[in-house]
Ligand binder design. Structure first.
Ligand code: S3P
Length: 191
């Protein structure tokens, strides 16, 4: 029998289905998907803490994401990203929360395996690439992997299939942050 998300009752301790993290929700998607803003709204709605993987990386390294890319390159950024993700997933065993991943984190094969083992809810926040571009252009945030429109579109196409491996896909185009957060909660049966 399937156990509802959030319920700890009648779960066999050997059963991996959401045993440790009944409510942890991992928001994934491309740059501009709204992972951080939806994550904050969702955490308020569910009364769960919010974690942003990029913030954790910056705190661990004492550098901004942009600095890490500039000084050490993408390969080093991916190494520290995986280390931060591993650390975070370890902590989630004790305290579930809402997590926003950076746009490339879910795409790395090693990270995807770590996430699968952790048995969290992965949710892909989707939007057409033109909308993602528009949102990124409006935001002040430094994004080392947003170089020009053509490169942005190519990277999006390359990654889209990986995002589609998330357990749930939510379309965000034309919706405000609270509406998307409500849809995520309802789709996961968390009201
Ligand atoms: C990245 C996205 C960024 C940040 C880093 C790399 C990517 O996060 O992790 O610049 O590879 O797409 P956002 O998706 O929050 O912009």
């Amino acid at each position: 029998m399937k156990t509802k998300p959030g319920s700890r009752a009648a779960v066999n301790p050997g059963d991996r289905e959401c045993v440790h993290q009944p409510q942890t929700i991992l928001l994934v998607g491309f740059m501009g998907a709204g992972k951080t803003s939806v994550g904050r709204a969702l955490s308020r709605r569910l009364g769960l803490p919010f974690e942003d993987l990029d913030d954790r990386i910056q705190n661990r390294e004492g550098k901004t994401i942009e600095q890490i890319f500039r000084e050490s390159g993408e390969a080093e950024f991916r190494r520290v990203e995986t280390a931060a993700l591993r650390e975070l997933l370890g902590e989630l065993r004790r305290s579930p929360c809402v997590v926003a991943l950076g746009g490339g984190a879910f795409v790395q094969a090693g990270n995807a395996a770590l996430i699968e083992e952790a048995a969290v809810h992965s949710v892909f926040l989707d939007a057409p690439v033109e909308e993602l571009l528009r949102r990124c252009e409006q935001e002040q945030k430094e994004r080392p992997l947003r170089q020009n429109q053509e490169q942005f579109r190519e990277l999006y196409e390359k990654r889209r299939q990986s995002y589609m491996r998330a357990a749930l896909r939510i379309e965000t185009n034309g919706k405000d942050v609270d509406t998307v957060a409500a849809e995520v909660a309802c789709s996961l049966g968390l009201g």
